[in-house]
Design a protein around this ligand. Structure first.
Ligand SMILES: Nc1ncnc2c1ncn2[C@@H]1O[C@H](COP(=O)(O)OP(=O)(O)OP(=O)(O)O)[C@@H](O)[C@H]1O
Length: 221
């Protein structure tokens, strides 16, 4: 599904270039559940942002299916991202002045889903995540765990083929964290969604099928 070849991410700093990533070679197959682990500052989030096409200032080759992302312009990359990739962040990234319902609608509007279909899709997601009673509340009126569930529901609503998650349980209590990990595992095993998560937790990595380790911007295993 994804193939990275010789990916580099360099920040030009005063003291000279700083390599946040160097010579990353990585294959992600459809149906993988990959955990990225490594010390703080080793390049995990940087790698996730490259994978998610949030960052475009990298060098090397990035293939998504058969598309050479390294040769695509910003507009084409954005289209690829919108069609395929869902994101879950540690700090939720919900839009504070939108209700739960409206937050869930956002990715559908990006995809030009007709208004009449949106209502049914959002209603399904609210039902699935046991959030029907919360649909008119704003994020600040939800617990951290509930906000994360909305974040995940929002990531899933447009049916991405791959979910990229940056420490998705970082701000949660351990039982809420386990719930999220069990949900990821179910999505992966039953619905074939490919998942790549950054985590510091061996327990969370245990839900995945494969762990890669980075240190000083390099993949060490
Ligand atoms: N805009 C930037 N300018 C310069 N250096 C940067 C910039 N963004 C990130 N870096 C550096 O790149 C390195 C990798 O950062 P990254 O956020 O990917 O680490 P991480 O492994 O995700 O860390 P953590 O586990 O603490 O979140 C760090 O040394 C960081 O200082």
């Amino acid at each position: 599904m994804i193939s990275l070849r010789g990916i580099e991410r360099v920040y030009p700093l005063k003291g000279g270039p700083f390599y946040a990533l160097r010579n990353i070679n990585l294959e992600i197959e459809a149906g993988d559940f990959v955990s990225i682990m490594g010390p703080s500052g080793s390049g995990k989030s940087t790698l996730l942002h490259v994978l998610g096409l949030h960052d475009s200032a990298w060098g090397g080759e990035y293939w998504f299916d058969d598309a050479p992302v390294h040769k695509l312009n910003q507009k084409q990359r954005f289209a690829l991202q919108k069609q395929n990739i869902g994101f879950v962040f540690q700090s939720y990234h919900l839009l504070d002045d939108l209700t739960v319902y409206e937050n869930l609608e956002v990715p559908l509007s990006y995809r030009d889903t007709p208004r009449k279909d949106r209502d049914a899709i959002v209603a399904d997601a609210l039902d699935r995540f046991n959030m029907v009673g919360k649909k008119d509340l704003y994020p600040s009126q939800l617990s951290g765990g509930q906000q994360q569930l909305v974040g995940i529901a929002r990531a899933l609503i447009a049916k991405p083929r791959i979910i990229l998650a940056d420490e998705p349980t970082g701000n949660l209590h351990s039982d809420q964290g386990r719930e999220i990990m069990e949900l990821f595992q179910k999505l992966n095993q039953q619905e074939g969604v490919t998942i790549v998560q950054v985590t510091h937790s061996n327990e969370n990595a245990g839900y995945g099928t494969r762990t890669i380790r980075v240190a000083d911007g390099m993949m060490v295993s």
